[in-house]
Design a protein around this ligand. Structure first.
Ligand code: GLU
Length: 541
């Protein structure tokens, strides 16, 4: 028996699939693109950003946006993640025209259900002397690699590096008889010295070196690698544009080569720059493991509306959006363009997002915010739900203060903030707050004694704070809010102690660092202010 019959005996010819999945009946301006996640968990900001751009580009062109599940790495699967992905994206109005759990004529839309299809295309390459069987174990591949590094050679399976290329027909059949594990590799006809430019629709011209690596097409578990699956699927599903993270840019030579070896029309590629974060003066990729702001749940728990996130994503995706949005009301009317997408890393700044949120809340009606607050507290802030539920009119009146005017108040950045801002409008919260009169007035001797006997103008900031802390702790103040909650006999926190000083000395809660102010004023003046403050309070009693 010939190897080809042995490996691909009941495999269909590619013409079968080509007929089964005919060209889509669309005009040339209609964009077909997809979101192709590996089902390994929740949607994070990076994947939301890619999905958002892809769906918007397709929808703006009245094209097709579909969901393909790339589950060829079976080690990394997480149950239920397909449902979660669909739900998470739907919350941002990202919906699919076709896909897993949605339907469509180009399915199955899950790669593990398309094994038969990939085999046909591998057979085609094999028949055309563009693929071969490789029995190298992982260990063997690593050894060859180490040797290449030692000899200062380029690393990888290219040209005739792979010993399996020399196996005879009988040798191969024997190994198959012995049930040896194998994969199928591309027999790359590429030349490493051929360089050319490719015009990426987002990045512009990028330099490409022709691929000469005999990359794996089918793994030893019978599933395809990303390279093969991407090319076969996007061809058969007739994607016009491949919009994906730019970590794939380095694999582009392989993909261009495969499209050409199959004689398929090559789609248009656009590589999206990653979202980044500034940390200690360096810029790195936003990380779903390290950065809480990478999780969509982070915003849900704060009560930042999805609209705000979409506006921010639009701001990041197109550099001209922000100006456009100043003169237009509905952000959905904006048309994303490739030309205005950033080509380098895109800084994801939570503070910027919050400032968009503040503007957004300032445009809503009090009733609208109340309804959002109601749903939010019900789901994420249950200890405040009853308060919100029972005080509808009162809260709407509070939210209405300075709202329906030309320059409305801008003080709400998220729903979680609302009761933190307006707590003092509720008696129970107000009177239970330790900062109330008790804190200011009953502690005359504590404050005066502090200034007279503890405060030292010569102290460094650190000494000053340590002494203040020690003094406050030994005078019935507690370390922090948590400790205060545990022991209600305490007067307040150390932070409260500083605030009492701050208000007495400056009459303001928003002053610069009080250590420096006191130093500049001199101890004498500080003492005078504190003494006069308590004199005035006494005279008014
Ligand atoms: N499954 C790939 C990923 O999650 C998709 C890349 C693509 O869009 O082609 O990175």
């Amino acid at each position: 028996m010939k190897i080809i019959d042995r490996l691909f005996s009941d495999v269909k010819d590619i013409s079968f699939w080509e007929q089964k999945y005919p060209k889509r009946n669309l005009t040339k301006d209609q964009i077909v693109t997809r979101f192709a996640p590996s089902p390994t968990g929740f949607v994070h900001m990076g994947s939301l950003y890619t999905a958002f751009i892809s769906s918007k580009i397709a929808k703006d062109s009245k094209g097709i946006f579909y969901l393909r599940i790339e589950d060829t790495d079976q080690k990394r699967l997480i149950d239920d993640s397909v449902k979660l992905i669909i739900k998470d994206l739907k919350d941002f109005d990202i919906t699919f025209d076709e896909g897993k759990d949605i339907g469509g004529s180009y399915g199955p839309y899950v790669q593990s259900e398309r094994k038969e299809i990939y085999k046909s295309y591998v057979k085609y390459l094999y028949e055309n002397n563009l693929a071969y069987i490789c029995f190298c174990s992982e260990d063997k591949v690593n050894k060859i690699r180490e040797k290449q590094i030692q000899n200062k050679e380029r690393v990888g399976y290219y040209k005739d590096v792979d010993p399996c290329l020399k196996l005879s027909e009988e040798g191969i059949l024997q190994k198959l008889d012995n049930n040896e594990s194998y994969c199928i590799r591309l027999k790359s006809p590429g030349n490493y010295n051929n360089k050319f430019k490719y015009n990426d629709v987002i990045k512009g011209d990028v330099n490409i070196t022709e691929n000469d690596l005999n990359i794996v097409l089918l793994k030893n578990d019978g599933l395809p690698t990303y390279h093969l699956a991407h090319v076969v699927d996007d061809h058969l599903m007739h994607s016009t544009h491949i919009l994906r993270g730019d970590e794939w840019l380095s694999s582009l030579p392989i993909h261009l080569q495969l499209f050409s070896l199959f004689n398929f029309d090559t789609p248009i590629y656009g590589h999206i720059s990653p979202l980044t974060k500034k940390e200690n003066e360096t810029i790195r990729k936003l990380s779903k493991r390290k950065d809480p702001e990478c999780k969509v749940s982070f915003y849900k728990e704060l009560g930042i509306p999805n609209d705000v996130i979409k506006i921010y994503l639009m701001t990041l995706a197109n550099t001209n959006f922000e100006d456009w949005y100043k003169n237009n009301k509905n952000y959905n009317d904006f048309k994303l363009s490739f030309a205005n997408m950033p080509i380098g890393g895109t800084l994801f700044d939570v503070e910027k997002l919050k400032s968009i949120s503040v503007d957004y809340f300032s445009t809503l009606t009090a009733e609208n915010i109340y309804d959002m607050l109601y749903s939010f507290t019900k789901e994420y802030d249950s200890k405040n739900f009853e308060r919100v539920k029972n005080n509808k009119e009162y809260l709407i009146n509070i939210l209405n203060i300075e709202r329906n005017i030309e320059r409305p108040r801008k003080d709400i950045s998220c729903l979680l903030d609302i009761l933190k801002i307006f707590w003092y409008m509720f008696d129970d919260l107000f009177f239970e707050n330790k900062k109330y009169a008790e804190c200011f007035i009953c502690n005359k001797s504590i404050i005066l004694n502090y200034i007279n006997n503890i405060y030292n103008e010569e102290d460094t900031e650190e000494e000053w704070f340590n002494n203040l802390k020690e003094y406050a702790l030994s005078n019935n103040f507690s370390k922090n809010k948590k400790a205060l909650e545990k022991d209600p006999t305490k007067i307040g926190t150390i932070a409260d102690f500083c605030e009492i000083l701050r208000v007495i000395i400056t009459t303001s809660l928003n002053s610069p660092n009080i250590y420096y102010l006191m130093k500049l004023l001199t101890k004498e003046k500080v003492l005078e202010r504190v003494t006069r403050f308590y004199d005035i309070v006494k005279n008014n009693e």
